[in-house]
Design a protein around this ligand. Structure first.
Ligand code: SF4
Ligand code: SF4
Length: 302
């Protein structure tokens, strides 16, 4: 009913060349260019572009909502190794958007080679958001937890910095915040949210969070959007669909057709990150970039 009224109003607005939602006489004139929109009731409506205005950011969710996750979702990531050129756009976007400590990276791009005579390739690694996460089992204060949508997060307000989780993670994905973070004023002033993982705090552990604040808004994680080669695909296992923003795939078919696999499956951690093998590469492997990961190695051995 409501959506029917909205559609009628939108069409009426287009006909009269005035904004039907503005109070009084509107100065906004129709552009003549219309866009189709999906209403909250799932109906397609048409609207003149000139009458659109940005919706302010959603209010931050409560801590209990952040710990519960987004109902009905089971997030999953696919990383296509045949497309990675080690551009590290994923890493710089992640570092920038989460204000990760200088010298630390939540995404690492590793140089891999199976044996002496096989071709090397680049392997981006994130938190695997394991369904059986060893990190969660060892945390003595319930600071790191698994949500019902599959995402593993850390609540820095609870974290006591014992680093048990770092020792338990077989993927070496967690980093310890040894120093005070370098934050913009805007981020420093905002209240801490475990869903945005910001602001980061000295003496606590950080890691890839699958950008749940973005997914709650229906947007892709930063690494996915930043990669120009479409290496990262993100989606919902319940919908059996993943996308890199430009292409969308049926998740089950992609994994089956391209022989997808997970890292260290034999450990029983059940990662939610799948890899597609580096076959039929889009780019040749360029050596000489391996030392760029020196900061990661230093952080892990501290
Ligand atoms: S990859 Fe490591 S940090 Fe991430 S969920 Fe698995 S065990 Fe935990
Ligand atoms: S470092 Fe923090 S998140 Fe990790 S086990 Fe200790 S309290 Fe839990």
């Amino acid at each position: 009913m409501l959506s029917g009224l909205m559609a009628t109003a939108a069409i009426a607005g287009c006909n009269t060349k005035n904004n039907p939602f503005a109070p009084g006489d509107s100065q906004i004139k129709a552009s003549g260019e219309t866009v189709k929109l999906l209403s909250v009731d799932g109906e397609i409506i048409e609207m003149d572009k000139a009458f659109l205005k940005p919706v302010p950011d959603l209010p931050a969710v409560s801590n209990s909502e952040a710990r519960k996750g987004i109902p009905g979702k089971k997030f999953v990531m696919v990383i296509d190794l045949s497309r990675c050129k080690n551009l590290k756009k994923c890493q710089s976007a992640c570092n920038h958007m989460h204000q990760v400590h200088p010298g630390q990276n939540w995404i690492k791009v590793l140089s891999m080679e199976e044996s002496d005579h096989t071709a090397p390739y680049w392997e981006p690694t994130t938190c695997m958001h394991c369904d059986e996460p060893p990190c969660v089992k060892v945390c003595p204060v319930d600071a790191t937890f698994k949500r019902e949508d599959g995402i593993v997060l850390i609540d820095s307000d609870r974290c006591i910095g014992c680093r048990f989780c770092m020792a338990a993670c077989p993927y070496t994905t967690r980093v310890f915040n040894w120093e005070e973070p370098v934050l913009t004023k805007e981020v420093a002033d905002q209240p801490y949210s475990c869903e945005s993982s910001m602001p980061q705090k000295k003496g606590t552990v950080g890691k890839c969070d699958f950008c749940p604040d973005m997914t709650r808004k229906g947007q892709l994680p930063h690494c996915v959007s930043a990669c120009p080669n479409g290496v990262f695909m993100f989606g919902d296992m319940n919908e059996d669909s993943v996308t890199n923003g430009a292409e969308t795939f049926r998740f089950s078919e992609l994994i089956k057709d391209k022989a997808g696999y997970r890292l260290m499956e034999d450990l029983g951690t059940k990662p939610r990150v799948y890899y597609l093998p580096p076959a039929s590469r889009s780019f040749p492997y360029e050596s000489g970039l391996e030392n760029e990961n020196a900061a990661d190695k230093k952080n892990q051995t501290k």
